[in-house]
Design a protein around this ligand. Structure first.
Ligand code: ZN
Length: 582
C-alpha cells in the first residue's frame, strides 16, 4: 500500500468544486441561507441526507451488528453534574480574544499563527517537537501577541486579553433558571451515566460495548473551514467496557491481525499489520489495535481511499491527561489531513469521575476461580461526625468512603480533604470470592459529517466522455443515494419504463425514474449524484424485453433481459459491473 502524499489530487480547486457540486445537487448547503447563514451550521439536502443515512447504516453494520454493541439513545441535553464529572466544564475550552474596537471574537492562537505566517516568521506557538499537532498555551499566545503588537485582522483595532472560552452551548431546563443544561459535546457521557443499568442489562459481565449515533455540539469561536468545523455535528461512538487486565487479549484479534494500516507515530512511520504494530508496541494493546482495524474497514467501505487514510498516534501532551494511548484516523483532503475518528483508551477515568460525582459505585464484580481468605484495609464512615459536618451531602460522602480499599494518605472528596474524624480505618479478615474492577473504556469515536465530506472529495472526479467534460462522483454502491436510475429513451416508452421502475422498487432497490430532458443530460445528473447504474428502455425493449444497463464509471453498456434484471443488478452492486457483464 502506497501512502498518497500529494495534497492536491490532480484537480485544481477541488475543494470549491466539491462544494459547488454538493450545493447544486442537493447534498449539502448552508443552513438558514435566506437569513444569511450561520458559520458552522449546514443542512443535508435530499440527496445528502440519504447518503448520510446510508453511511450511518454502514457504520451500524460494522460496529453494532458486527460487534454486538447494542445502541442506546440518550438526550442531547445534559445536566451540570455530568460535565462537572467529565471535566468539560473546566477543560473544554479554546483560546479567545476580542477586538476592543469592532468586538469581533477570534481564536487567539489562530490570529497569532496567521499573523506570523503571513510575515514569514517561524511560529513557536506550539511545541517544536510536535510535527502535526499544536497545543497552544494562553501565556505563550499572549506573549507573542504583545511582542509583535498584533492587531485585529478585521479592523486593525487593538485586541483585549487572551482568555479561555468554554465551547459548550448552555441552556436552562424548565422555566426559571433553577437547573442549568448543556448541549452535549460528545455522545459518550450519556453512555457513562447509564453504566449501572447497562451493567445489569449485560448481567454483570465484561466485556460489552454500547453504541450511540447522534448530534453533538461545540460552540466554536469562529469556524472558517466550511463543513469541516461544525457547531452541530453527528457523532457515532462505541464505548467498549473491558477488564483492564484483559486489554491485550481481544477475543477476535485473529480476524484482523493481518490488516495493514498506514501509521504515523512517535517511533514509526509507514505501513504495518495491526499484529506487528501490537507486537512492536507501536499500538498499546490488542483492544485498540482491533478497533483501529475495524475503523479502517468502515472507512474503506464508505469510500475513503485507503491511500489517503492514516492512523496518527497522539503525542503525550496532545492526549487527555488520563488517556493511555490515543489514535486519530485521518483522511487527506484539500484541507490537509483532517481527523475523521479517534480511537482512545479512556481508562477508568470517566467511570471513576462519575462514581465520585454521583456517590454510586461503577464497578463490576469479577469472581475468582476459588474464594480466598484475605486481609483488607477498609474505610468505615463515621456518620456521627459526617452528618453534622456535610449535612445533605453526608450520605454521598459515606458511600464514597465505603468504596475505598487500602487507602493511602489523606482522603479527598470533591476536591477537599475529608477530616480524619469522619471515618475509621480498619483491617479486617474476610473470605472473598472475587474483586470489584472498574472497567476501562476503549472508544472508537467517529465524526460522520467530516467522513462524508472526505468521501465526497475522494469520490469526485472529472473526465471526458465523447469529447464532453463530465463530473462524476465515484461513490461506493454501498452508500450511493440512488442505486439505479431508470430512463425511457423516448416518450412512447414511458409506460414500459415505469413498469421496470416499479419492478426494481418492489425488489428493494433505491431507484429513481427520470423522463425529462435528453438522455445525455439524464446520465450527467445521475453521474453527478454518484448513481452506479442506469437502466434505459429503448425500442429494442418492445421487441425482445431487454434493456441496457450503463456503468457510471466506464459508461460501458450491456443488455439484460427484464426477467433477469433484478439478479443482474444485485450482482453488479455487490461485485461490480465488469464481473457480471462479462
Ligand atoms: Zn476589530
Amino acid at each position: 500500500m502506497q501512502l498518497d502524499k500529494r495534497r492536491d489530487i490532480s484537480i485544481d480547486g477541488l475543494k470549491a468544486r466539491v462544494l459547488e457540486l454538493a450545493k447544486r445537487r442537493g447534498f449539502l448547503w448552508p443552513s438558514y441561507e435566506i437569513y444569511g447563514g450561520v458559520a458552522g451550521l449546514w443542512d443535508y439536502g435530499p440527496v445528502g441526507a440519504m447518503l448520510k443515512h446510508r453511511v450511518e447504516s454502514a457504520w451500524r453494520d460494522i460496529f453494532v451488528v458486527g460487534e454486538s454493541a447494542l445502541p442506546i439513545e440518550t438526550p442531547t441535553i445534559g445536566v451540570e453534574e455530568v460535565f462537572l464529572a467529565s471535566g468539560h466544564l473546566s477543560n473544554f475550552v479554546d483560546l479567545i480574544v476580542e477586538c476592543v474596537n469592532c468586538q469581533t471574537a477570534l481564536r487567539a492562537d489562530h490570529v497569532v499563527t496567521e499573523y506570523l505566517q503571513s510575515r514569514g516568521i517561524a511560529a513557536d506557538l506550539c511545541d517544536p517537537d510536535i510535527a502535526d499537532a499544536c497545543v497552544p498555551s494562553s501565556e505563550k499566545t499572549q506573549e507573542l501577541m504583545d511582542s509583535y503588537d498584533i492587531m485585529c485582522p478585521d479592523c486593525g483595532g487593538p485586541l483585549g486579553k487572551v482568555h479561555d472560552f468554554n465551547l459548550m452551548f448552555t441552556t436552562h431546563i424548565g422555566p426559571g433558571t433553577q437547573r442549568k443544561g448543556y448541549l452535549r459535546p460528545e455522545t459518550a457521557q450519556g453512555i457513562f451515566a447509564d453504566f449501572p443499568r447497562l451493567l445489569r442489562f449485560y448481567r454483570d459481565r465484561l466485556p460489552f460495548g454500547v453504541a450511540q449515533i447522534g448530534k453533538s455540539y461545540r460552540n466554536e469561536i469562529s469556524p472558517r473551514q466550511g463543513v469541516i468545523r461544525l457547531r452541530e455535528f453527528t457523532q457515532a461512538e462505541v464505548e467498549v467496557f473491558v477488564d483492564p487486565r484483559e486489554k491485550n487479549h481481544h477475543p477476535r484479534f485473529d480476524e484482523v491481525a493481518n490488516v495493514e494500516i498506514n501509521i504515523l507515530s512517535k517511533d514509526f512511520a509507514g505501513t504495518a499489520s495491526v499484529k506487528t504494530a501490537c507486537e512492536r508496541n507501536i499500538i498499546a494493546h490488542e483492544y485498540l489495535a482491533y478497533h483501529i482495524a475495524r475503523c479502517q474497514a468502515f472507512f474503506t467501505r464508505v469510500g475513503v481511499r485507503e491511500s489517503r487514510l492514516r492512523f496518527r498516534q497522539h503525542l503525550p501532551d496532545e492526549m487527555a491527561h488520563y488517556a493511555v494511548d490515543c489514535w486519530d484516523a485521518e483522511g487527506l483532503t484539500q484541507h490537509g489531513w483532517i481527523e475523521l475518528a479517534g480511537i482512545a483508551d479512556r481508562t477508568d477515568y470517566d467511570l471513576k469521575q462519575h462514581e465520585r460525582q454521583s456517590g454510586l459505585q461503577m464497578a463490576v464484580f469479577v469472581p475468582y476461580d476459588e474464594p480466598k481468605e484475605v486481609e483488607r484495609i477498609i474505610v468505615r464512615p463515621n456518620m456521627g461526625y459526617l452528618g453534622p459536618k456535610y449535612k445533605g451531602k453526608a450520605k454521598q460522602v459515606a458511600a464514597f468512603l465505603s468504596t475505598i480499599r487500602d487507602p493511602e494518605g489523606p482522603i479527598v472528596f470533591d476536591g477537599r480533604i475529608v477530616d480524619p474524624e469522619g471515618y475509621a480505618i480498619e483491617t479486617i479478615r474476610q473470605t472473598v470470592s472475587g474483586d470489584f474492577v472498574t472497567p476501562h473504556v476503549i472508544e472508537p469515536s467517529f465524526g460522520i459529517d467530516r467522513s462524508i465530506y472526505t468521501l465526497l472529495e475522494h469520490a469526485y472526479d472529472e473526465d471526458t466522455i465523447d469529447g464532453e467534460r463530465r463530473i462524476v462522483l465515484r461513490l461506493s454502491p454501498d452508500i450511493a443515494p440512488v442505486e439505479v436510475a431508470v430512463f425511457p429513451l423516448v416518450k412512447v416508452l414511458n409506460e414500459k419504463a415505469l413498469e421496470v421502475f416499479r419492478l426494481l422498487r418492489r425488489a428493494g432497490f433505491l431507484v429513481e425514474y427520470d423522463d425529462s430532458g435528453t438522455i445525455g443530460r439524464r446520465y450527467r445528473r445521475q453521474d453527478e449524484i454518484g448513481t452506479p447504474f442506469a437502466v434505459t428502455i429503448d425500442h429494442e425493449t418492445t421487441e425482445n424485453s431487454t434493456v441496457t444497463i450503463r456503468d457510471r464509471d466506464t459508461t460501458k453498456q450491456v443488455r439484460s433481459s427484464i426477467e433477469s434484471l433484478v439478479d443482474v443488478l444485485r450482482g453488479m452492486l455487490v461485485r461490480g459491473f465488469d464481473r457480471i457483464s462479462s
